[in-house]
Design a protein around this ligand. Structure first.
Ligand SMILES: NC(=O)c1ccc[n+]([C@@H]2O[C@H](COP(=O)([O-])OP(=O)(O)OC[C@H]3O[C@@H](n4cnc5c(N)ncnc54)[C@H](OP(=O)(O)O)[C@@H]3O)[C@@H](O)[C@H]2O)c1
Length: 280
């Protein structure tokens, strides 16, 4: 495995396995299969309601805990210093561990400054090895960086070849915040896996569109956490360290950026309403 180094020195595997929309009843099976395929970095969240399945798979894997890199995220309904602190304890129990490698604020809504203070406290106590955010566009990211004690180390954003987050990335780099992708395949939207240009470039390397999409991101310095419930695809998505993109292909892929979300607009009032209404 290859690693990115976070601003506090912690090493984070460039590739992980994400479990959004993995049914809680299926999570243990899926994560066990991902571990068997070689994944050691697992990305879950309180809102996915499958932290227990992740914890069960990790603790029963026979692989030492220190070989794993576990990420979870505090949801909006647990925002605020006290509620977030309680929720961190709950996540630790569900994950069957005494530390979380990376803890993120899931969404920039509600009292997320209070949440962040609880995360800083958990970091100081060793319950959390790295802290960060998710879905923070540059304005909110910079504001938080300027008004916290422990700077965020990661920002997990919707990022794929069609939405590369070039503007926000400038600010992430300035504040030494590692760029992590969610939705590296845009969840297959817009015929992602049969896109003609992606198919053409992937075939040059004898690779699939999925492998090309992931390789492109890691070469751009972006950590990836693709999700699949199929073990053949887990293995396919893992096999991205045996090729390197040529400059002309990196350029062609960079040019595919449409700078538009395939999912939602974080600046639309409806998004704040919709996500804040999501109870877990
Ligand atoms: N922070 C946030 O707000 C946020 C939001 C969304 C996601 N995330 C995180 O990011 C992770 C990844 O994003 P995502 O799950 O939204 O979407 P994604 O990884 O872009 O796409 C997952 C979809 O692609 C399919 N797929 C996976 N590998 C494939 C392959 N090799 N060939 C063809 N199809 C393939 C999967 O189907 P099957 O499962 O049927 O194989 C699934 O439908 C999540 O699991 C989660 O951990 C975070």
């Amino acid at each position: 495995m290859e690693y990115f180094t976070l601003s506090n020195g912690l090493k984070m595997p460039k590739l992980g396995y994400g479990v959004y929309q993995v049914d809680p009843a299926e999570a243990q099976r899926c994560v066990s299969e991902a571990i068997a395929a070689g994944y050691r970095h697992i990305d879950t969240a309180q809102a996915y309601r499958n932290e227990e399945g992740v914890g069960a798979a990790v603790s029963q894997s026979g692989v030492p805990r220190e070989e794993f890199f576990l990420t979870t995220k505090v949801w909006i309904s647990n925002a605020g210093e006290e509620a977030a602190a309680r929720s961190i304890d709950e996540s630790l129990k569900k994950l069957r561990t005494d530390y979380i490698d990376l803890l993120l604020i899931h969404q920039p809504f509600g009292d997320y400054y209070g949440t962040y203070r609880a995360m800083e406290q958990a970091y100081a106590q060793g319950q959390v090895k790295a802290v960060g955010v998710s879905n923070f566009f540059a304005d909110r990211l910079v504001d938080l960086c300027l008004h916290c004690k422990i700077p965020p180390m990661v920002n997990q954003m919707e990022t794929h070849v069609f939405y590369q987050q070039k503007q926000t990335r400038i600010w992430m780099d300035k504040y030494k915040v590692l760029h992590e992708s969610w939705g590296p395949f845009a969840e297959g939207r817009n015929n992602f896996f049969s896109h003609p240009e992606l198919t053409r470039i992937a075939s040059k390397y004898g690779k699939s569109v999925a492998q090309l999409a992931l390789r492109f991101l890691i070469e751009k310095g972006v950590a990836v956490i693709p999700k699949s419930t199929h073990k053949e695809r887990m293995a396919e998505n893992f096999a991205i360290f045996d090729f390197k993109l040529e400059e002309e292909d990196l350029k062609a892929l960079t040019a595919l950026d449409a700078n538009k979300s395939s999912f939602l607009d974080h600046y639309a009032p409806e998004t704040a309403e919709m996500l804040s209404g999501w109870k877990i």
